[in-house]
Design a protein around this ligand. Sequence first.
Ligand SMILES: *Cc1c(COP(=O)(O)O)cnc(C)c1O
Length: 217
Amino acid sequence: MSIKENLEKIKKTIPEDVTLVAVSKTKPTEAILEAYHSGHRIFGENKIQEMAEKHAALPKDILWHMIGHVQRNKVKYMAPFVNLIHGVDSYKLLQEINKQAKKNNRAINCLLQIKIAAEDTKFGLNSTEALQILQHDTFKTLNNIQVVGVMGMATFTNNTTQVTQEFKTLKTVFNQLKQVHADLNIISMGMSGDYELAIQCGSNMIRVGSSIFGARN
Ligand SMILES: *Cc1c(COP(=O)(O)O)cnc(C)c1O
């Protein structure tokens, strides 16, 4: 099936209020353009340099999401254009994003990455650490960022009981955090292998790569 057909198939099966991020990491600009010409505008990348190069080469109405781990010294390269940063996992990173957004005269939307997987290779905060960020003394002075939700990645396993439990944990953490920060609206969870389950557990933003663009090398 073509990229266009894959996109249409997925969009038909997900509720209207669920945002589909087409994860285009490692894929060439031609593949992104094919999705673009079928009407899709939201793309996710996990490397800042690759995203910046694609941003420069592609139509400017694309909304670029950074879904990977973010190093503070590279924030400046995406600050002029990035639409949503999914992987915020420290207050220091949030401060740097605020600083670079301010330099560019804009506000950048961010999600707090919550660690829900059992594997210790996955980055992320626990609910206490996330609360501490939202309640930090100087959080309200960060006028050039908006924390609009949470993001999480389940364990890479076909044990659906475990994955379900992890997704439900993210939904619970979201509810807790929303009590202190009403601006939270996004729950980014679910990839090619598990997005239907994620939606059942409360996801309203899914990040899908290989089911749209084919397997990566
Ligand atoms: C690569 C990636 C995805 C997409 O994975 P697929 O299994 O190809 O859908 C989603 N989220 C993150 C954070 C990723 O790095």
